[in-house]
Design a protein around this ligand. Structure first.
Ligand code: FES
Length: 130
């Protein structure tokens, strides 16, 4: 089990078997919609609110993105690591929460895995925050 985080409450979210690599699910926890992603074996819990204009970002598309490329070339990469918002297609790095086109970020929540369960850690009473 991971370290104890002061002030957080641990919520059981999913069984590990229900979130195989390269899949995601949206769950409701304590009144918050949260996307759980398995990014090549790395689990992430993402508040289902886009920092641009509040779309349900976790209903977007998990894909790759264009990489730095010399003029005249088009290189695609990072397949399965990028979440594109369904409204305006802003791209977010699922591993860090960083937006690829802006300084705003996805809100990520801490996760713990114990036995066969994925737990999300939330601070009580803070809607939308961690
Ligand atoms: S609301 Fe997500 S990119 Fe605009």
């Amino acid at each position: 089990m991971g370290r104890k985080l002061q002030g957080y409450r641990r919520w059981p979210a999913l069984k590990v078997a229900d979130l195989p690599p390269d899949t995601h699910q949206i769950v409701e926890i304590d009144g918050r919609s949260i996307g759980l992603f398995n990014v090549k074996g790395n689990y992430r819990a993402v508040l289902n609110v886009c920092p641009h204009e509040l779309a349900p970002v976790c209903r977007g598309y998990v894909r790759g993105t264009t990489l730095d490329s010399p003029p005249g070339e088009f290189r695609w990469g990072r397949e399965g690591e990028i979440l594109a918002c369904p409204w305006h297609q802003w791209e977010f790095d699922l591993l860090t929460g960083a937006c690829l086109v802006d300084k705003r970020r996805l809100r990520l929540f801490p996760i713990e895995i114990e036995d066969d369960t994925i737990y999300v850690l939330l601070r009580p009473g803070r809607q939308g925050g961690s």
